[in-house]
Ligand binder design. Structure first.
Ligand code: UDP
Ligand code: MG
Length: 220
């Protein structure tokens, strides 16, 4: 039986990363047996040629769909819109800069077909992130997990596979100010974890400043 699956990719000023992303991702999707894919690309108000490039890609390959935001709303909003629009039986959010390794998708789909409802991808080392980012992330998780009954797994990002039942549970949540990692953890479901090593960015620089991460920790 053929499965339909969705990738959800947020793009903010990623013009230089688009072609490397397409070149890396397409052979991986083709390597997953019995699968049909859509790639939901969300342009989060980019100021460079990201949107133009995504539209050009969608014109040559119908697997690419493009959503356009009217301004920059941030990654959480981009993921929310992409996940809402995704039609697949399983949905995988993945960053545009190849820091989430596409090859892992093959194992994720395999684990899902064996019965997992959520397949988490855990970074075994974060040396490609700066020391400040690693330190602040570690403080955030230890403080959060001390205070909250819902534990957010450390070293797990938004890169994961979610079965349609999980996606529908997420979509039913009324939260408007959405911190996806928190909501992902809150809904639960039968979960397995795969480990990977985080790569450096394919192109460009991180789109998050120290200040925006701080803000994020406060509002979430
Ligand atoms: N991103 C986004 N909106 C933003 C900031 C980032 O859609 O306001 C996207 C970005 O294009 C990338 C993903 O979110 O696909 C992760 O961003 P980034 O690589 O800059 O974060 P880091 O890996 O440094 O945490
Ligand atoms: Mg990145």
């Amino acid at each position: 039986m053929t499965n339909t699956l969705s990738l959800v990719v947020p793009f903010y000023n990623e013009a230089a990363a688009i072609q490397p992303f397409a070149d890396a991702i397409l052979p991986v999707l083709e390597a997953v047996p019995d699968s049909r894919w859509e790639i939901v690309c969300v342009d989060d108000g980019s100021k460079d040629s990201t949107l133009l490039k995504l539209v050009a890609l969608a014109q040559t390959d119908i697997r690419f769909r493009v959503l356009e935001f009217s301004r920059n709303f941030g990654k959480e909003a981009a993921l929310t819109a992409g996940i809402d629009a995704a039609k697949g039986e399983a949905v995988i959010p993945i960053d545009a800069d190849l820091q989430d390794p596409p090859e892992l998708i093959v194992d994720m789909v395999h684990a899902w077909r064996m019965g997992a409802e959520v397949v988490l991808a855990r970074r075994v080392n974060r040396s490609s992130d700066g020391i400040l980012k690693r330190r602040t992330a570690s403080w955030f998780y230890s403080l959060h997990n001390k205070l909250s009954k819902t534990k957010i797994p450390e070293n797990v990002g938004d890169f994961r596979l979610m079965d349609r039942t999980v996606v529908d549970a997420l979509k039913a949540l009324p939260e408007r100010q959405r911190f996806m990692k928190g909501l992902f953890a809150w809904v639960g479901f039968r979960t397995i974890t795969l480990d990977y090593t985080r790569a450096p960015r394919s192109a460009g620089e991180t789109k998050f400043s120290g200040f925006s991460l701080w803000n994020f920790a406060l509002v979430s």
